[in-house]
Design a protein. Structure first.
Ligand SMILES: *Cc1c(COP(=O)(O)O)cnc(C)c1O
Length: 479
């Protein structure tokens, strides 16, 4: 498929403007372009075909099953987009006077109320653009809090070994050292190791619950108590909230700060379909440090407020507002009954798949899982040479997106499966059959499995080169 730049023909217009009938004003020299802006010049029909072809060659939740563990690839109801397209939300500008955008501000206010209720927090900021930036913002709050008390010897963040890579990355971004906490054989936090790890240098703990292998931390109250008793704060990585929303709340588990991945749990688009949104919630004592522009309700309407010891802005203006509108729509559509039911169904779907696969594949951890579970293909690899990557490629041939691979690091040859609540039993049964079929093929015809995918437009790509030398911009001939 050609790039849009390759379709470009000089002077091919999409629209024609009438002759100018007013004097032409010259731009000041320092503001004018030194070189023509090289935009692709294509007709509307070529443009339309180009994007339609791109969509046809992509795979998303609207194409098929997408059990990408930890990413919660649920269906995004179209009503979310409809609400975000309302002119009062879509056609406003961040610099407009507050009096002219009271409805939009109320949407922020309402989203904050509802998400605070769901997480058990006292306030939220919507500035962070994704989970990772939410983590950064949250740990900056924790640091600002310790510093405001002159408690500056605290420079370590404790992170379990199964954590998402963004957790230790966040800690190092704010100049904290990461203490890696080994998990117990059952995949959960080792309380004795945690007691050994905490001390006067503990700034905080970053924890995902249910954790990244899909297990709920039974000792969660004890975990947060150990950290608090040592003077540290507790950060909840809320990426897995889809397992527990409306049932248990991070605030009640003892956490002080939480980030949400709106684009995971609250049904707004991911990645290329984004942008994302990673609001954070905090307890009252951290509110003075929140980023700028929190919406508050006053006697004369909604207003933006800046906390007195704010850490500043982490993103321009108010974050990705229209994504917040989509999430608010989702919450209001599901309501108080629908929110916990979505989570219960997500957990049920994961357990159904785990149960159907557990006698054929090795499940990494015994017992019930939450919204996702991890397979370990170590034995299959030893027996047949077929790896987790090969199985993932085989799924592509069957119209499925692969699960998350080789994560978390603590599980060898990992495939992490998260079906989400929006898939039907028929879809789950189809996926289970495909997994079984590939398992059989691995033992019967391993070489054929290693050839997969054979039905896709592009077959195996050189992933190392793609990661090490990505070509992300078009090079014009002249360059
Ligand atoms: C997805 C995820 C993140 C990062 O969130 P982004 O929105 O992708 O930046 C952090 N932690 C966990 C456990 C996640 O699954």
């Amino acid at each position: 498929m050609k790039l849009v730049f390759e379709l470009s023909k000089e002077d091919r217009y999409n629209s024609m403007l009438p002759e100018i009938d007013v004097p032409v004003a010259e731009l000041p020299e320092e503001l004018s372009r030194k070189q023509a802006l090289r935009l692709p010049e294509v007709a509307q029909i070529d443009m339309s075909r180009h994007y339609t072809n791109l969509a046809d060659n992509s795979f998303g939740v609207n194409n098929g099953f997408y059990p990408l563990g930890s990413c919660t690839m649920k269906y995004n109801p179209k009503i979310n987009d409809e609400m975000a397209s309302l002119p009062g939300f879509a056609n406003i500008h961040p610099l407009q006077p507050a009096a002219t955008v009271q409805g939009a501000m109320e949407a922020f206010y309402q989203a904050e109320q509802l998400l605070s209720e769901i997480t058990g927090m006292d306030a939220m900021t919507f500035q962070p653009a994704a989970g990772a930036q939410g983590e950064l913002t949250g740990i900056m709050l924790i640091k600002a809090y310790h510093e405001s008390r002159g408690d500056t010897a605290r420079n370590k963040i404790i992170v379990p070994d199964s954590a998402h890579g963004t957790n230790p990355a966040t800690a190092s971004m704010v100049d904290y050292k990461t203490i890696n906490l080994p998990s117990k054989a059952n995949g959960r936090v080792d309380l004795d190791k945690l007691r050994e790890a905490v001390g006067e240098d503990t700034a905080g703990l970053m924890l995902t619950n249910p954790n990244t292998v899909g297990l709920f931390e039974h000792d969660i109250i004890e975990i947060t108590k150990i950290v608090h008793d040592a003077g540290g704060l507790c950060y909840y990585d809320g990426a897995n909230l889809n397992a527990v929303m409306g049932t248990v709340r991070p605030g009640d588990m003892g956490f002080d700060v939480v980030h949400l991945n709106i684009h995971k749990t609250f049904s707004t688009p991911h990645g290329g379909g984004g942008p994302g949104s990673g609001p954070i919630g905090c307890k009252e004592f951290l509110m003075p440090f929140l980023p700028k522009y929190r919406v508050v309700k006053t006697d004369s309407g909604f207003a933006f407020e800046t906390a007195d010891k704010t850490i500043g802005s982490v993103k321009s203006f108010y974050g990705h507002f229209l994504i917040v509108v989509r999430a608010l729509t989702y919450i209001l559509t599901l309501g108080k009954e629908g929110i916990p039911e979505a989570s219960r169904t997500a957990v049920l779907n994961a357990n159904y798949m785990r149960h159907q696969l557990k006698d054929i594949y090795d499940v990494a951890y015994d017992g019930f899982c939450m919204h996702e579970f991890v397979l370990t293909l170590e034995k299959m690899k030893k027996d047949t040479g077929v790896t987790a990557l090969d199985v993932a490629k085989g799924l592509l041939d069957n119209g499925m997106h692969p699960p998350t691979m080789y994560f978390p690091d603590v599980v060898k040859e990992a495939l992490m499966i998260e079906p989400t609540e929006t898939e039907s039993k028929e879809t789950l049964d189809y996926a289970i059959d495909v997994f079984k079929k590939i398992h059989q093929a691995a033992y019967d015809t391993p070489d054929a499995v290693k050839e997969a995918p054979v039905n896709t437009l592009i077959r195996r790509v050189d992933e190392t080169t793609a990661a090490r030398h990505p070509i992300l911009t078009y090079r014009f001939d002249e360059d």
